[in-house]
Ligand binder design. Sequence first.
Ligand SMILES: [Zn+2]
Length: 626
Amino acid sequence: MLLDLFAVGKEILYSIPEKLTVSEFVEREIHLPSRVSFDPGPISFRDASYVYECLEDFEDTGAKDICNCFGSQVFKTAMMLCGLMERIARNPINIGWVMGNEQLAESFSKTKWKDMVDASPAILKHRGSSKGDTTILEQAFDRCFFTFLASGASKNLKGRSIGIIVIDEPDDVEEEYAKRGESAIGLAEARTKSFPDAKRFLNGTPTLPGAPVWQGFLLGDRRLRYVTCPHCTGPRFVLEFDPQYIREWFPVYDPATGKGVLAAKVVWDQDARKEDGDWNWDKVEDSARIECPNCKAKLTEHDKRMMCRKENGAVWRPTNTDAPRGYRSRRLPAIYSPHESTTIGKTAVKFLKSKDKPGALRNFINEELALPYQQRATVTTVSDIKAVVKSSPAYLRGEVPKDDIALLSLTVDVNQGLFHWLIRAWFGDKANALVDYGPVLSWASLIEVAKTKYTVGKTGLMLSPMFRIIDSGWRTKQESGVYDFCLNESAKAGVPFIPVKGATRTQGLKHTVEDSIVDWKGRNVQLTRFDEPVLKYDLYFSRIKSRDSKWWLPTNTGKDYEEQLTEEYLKDTKDGQEWGCKSSPPNNHLGDCEKMQLIIPSLLEELQGVDAFGILAKRIAAKVQA
Ligand SMILES: [Zn+2]
């Protein structure tokens, strides 16, 4: 009896909305399902205090179109569910939750949503009285409906009007709707028209700049989460992995006026490396800190957690004063989350592991930084090529810049009666240098090129290419000519060529470089196939963009080379990425020659064992001395 009275008293108290804020209600009445949390009792956002203001949107009549552009693992879906449950309990209104397709909506309804409602008695008691009122996708509560909307579920389109609509992960949802010629955002607007106090929420992680999340963020007042340094009295700042990533979207901070976005960055021990020079992940993780932009103090994970709390001064601040009335938007990188996978250390490691892989870097930028990924039209630029020249030792075309030569290799791209050739010198320490290149018009001239001798460094030794490789790929349309040249003319001249062909994994290739036997006019031809996407990536990203190996170019590298090495680019597509060429027909012949050069390390390792270059260089040095 006493318990009943207490419950009634509580009900009366909480039905007066002015008494409790949405967050206060949520932290008293909403419980996490036991399978999600080991912590029984009401939910707490103390360590995720960015949530509080977002929850108030649910009752704030000034917020109509809200976009939360958040990284991953920041509890953004749970946050939305909490806000909606508060409305069901205290200020009911019809609610719509939009998902990409019916299967997703059903499983979400049966697991996440059901678990949250079942765990919280204050919400559960508002469930529709008879079971008949409720289906998986349309659930009756005592004074409102909660409807799951999905692409293709046509009966949803003409249902009852809705007061609050949430599109969870709108970039994915809109893509699903687009497959059927529909728009989730259009649907949300149509269904909420008749409610004067309607709210539309976009809640998700950004993907591309033109997709709904980022567009929604730009449309609103662009709030960022500001924190205060525990070690100094400098102005508040935002937490970023690296301020350079936000430069194109937010004004740079000007200390004189205090305008712009002041941002902290993540730093780590630059000597946290293994003996072979690779990063030591444990040391990177342990040494990573947030650097205060004011006093340069290195803030720990514990400091971060404390300064992200509301009571320690963390606040949302708008960075766009031109937003239309009612449009509110926020951006939150994952590093603000107390989640164990978004620590400062784990974020630094994730960055280093993904920075050279376009697909992984894209995920990092979207999910950790909560920023859209800019499509990159060009992979390599002329300035990238010039940077390689600058970082190479100074030498001229025709020169071999070092004494410890292992071999010279010649690669040839065949193209409509024109041959592009290119020679590289490989050294004992695996460094390699472009020696010479050019076009020739005939097979006979190609044999002359193959016989040309180059002086090695200061040794006086004269060498001609030891490996001669020629492309017999489909683009040549002269495959027969290439095989004949390999078997007959070049062999007779004493400089036999190896035919090679680019392929992909979908064409049955299992290794980066592998041999196969081709029958040609009753004779066996040994054809070497190579994984073209892998070698392209190696060339354009590892060798040219990152310059993480000793891959050299002469000081007088020509414009023709620059043009042909910047012809190919990687572009983003819906399903990932694909390579393209700027011109048609493609003008990337020297690029193809450079790709073929990258077969050499794989070929040698098979022939000689691991330190093939060192062994060959020693043999040549011994001969020179003798
Ligand atoms: Zn400070």
